[in-house]
Design a protein around this ligand. Sequence first.
Ligand code: ADP
Ligand code: LRH
Length: 483
Amino acid sequence: MKAYAAVDLGASSGRVMVGRVGPDSLELAEAHRFPNRPVRTPDGLRWDILALHAGVLDGLRAAGADTGGRVDSVGIDSWAVDYGLLDADGALLGNPVHYRDARTEGVAEKVWATVPAGELYAATGLQYAPFNTLYQLTAARDSAQLAHAKRLLLIPDLLSYWLTGEQGTELTNASTTQLVDPRTRDWSYDIASRLGIDLGMFAPLRQPGDPAGALRAEVLEETGLRGPVAVTAVGSHDTASAVAAVPAVEERFAYICTGTWSLAGLELDTPVLSEASRAANFTNELGLDGTVRYLRNIMGLWLLQECVRAWGEPELGELLRGAARVPALRSVVDAGDAAFLAPGRMPERIADACRGSGQPVPESRAEITRCILDSLALAHRRAVNEAQVLADRPVDVVHIVGGGTRNALLCQLTADACGLPVAAGPTEAAALGNVLVQARAHGLVGDLAGMRGLLARTQPSTRYEPQGDTARWRAAEARLAAR
Ligand code: ADP
Ligand code: LRH
């Protein structure tokens, strides 16, 4: 058995997991979990990157305590699009800006004045999201920080650099910058040059599975791990790692990665770059082994997280039990709406959206929670249905992975809304995908299908059969579209 440490940084928490992989076995154990709390400074919303780095070091120390100081390799994945800038000495310039920061408001229109939105989609396949790195870099164009920057490292690449001293840009996460061509799986040189973005700022591309250096002597000393310990590039976009760990053995499946976001869609061999796809705001992010993650971003459990924060952190189980007793589909909001992106006042904003669309206003915590879960299930339905049509790829089953698999009501509502069986699990999919790519780089598991077979044989999954008539979901969808 080999032991791999997977560092998986989600928007709500970071964790270091230890994966033990044998010829036909796969076990995952949590070594350390820590909160990921963004900080609002006078300059805007920032990631607390030092706290995250400290969490990684604590996690590696805990992993070593579990494995007698031996791990065979370390891999890092995190949320997408964000980055740190380094100066000529390789020192970090400022705290990385959070993708929910308001600096990109109104920036897209400036970009589209140079490269029209349709052309941008045809070249990069990326959905419009205000936080795509391309828009962030445009927003920062005249900043002193960018003027002094010599290097840009995406978050997992930055943390990997701090662990190893080596720099690279991992491809799956690079594909979320909107500066990559999903057909060539290389930089989109034309788009970058027309928008005045210097691709020389990026370190050379790395593929998932490539070596990414070894833990520095100081890191070994601080964590108590016994060297040498390799660092391996994984699908460093958390969603790429999570999709790699969808335990699908059937051909015709859709997936929903549920956590802070819901990422719902299909795995394809080639991107869908049609105008209809752009209008539907589907993205073509890059996955393992030449695959394309054709999906839509849905606001996800962020809506609930923000309500829970506003309510002073009541117990989640209690809220969900209350929501289960509230009648279904009384009011729904558009869970794809970027109006819900920013933090703050979430219960009021949900109530406002219901009021504004002439629906009953949810008042109690149970009613608001129910409204969120119904709205998420409805958004899941829309994404799964539209992806099938746009990619011309029918599916028979929906796999749900990520933290949302712990929410049985959401899984059941998603099955009901889609009118398809849902297979829920694994919960820590991103960490498992991370571990399996490391194991594969060290010759332990086979191709993507082999990885998925191993997951299906070893990881628990819960099946939800669709209940009730999908007509009421269709009606709710029409109601929302009409507003
Ligand atoms: P991320 O990786 O984006 O930080 P996760 O995949 O860890 O997110 O998922 C976090 C979400 O999982 C939480 O917002 C919460 O809604 C859900 N969740 C976590 N624990 C439970 C639980 N015990 N019951 C129901 N839902 C849960
Ligand atoms: C999920 C995620 C998602 C991105 C968003 C910024 O954690 O990586 O795939 O779109 O964060």
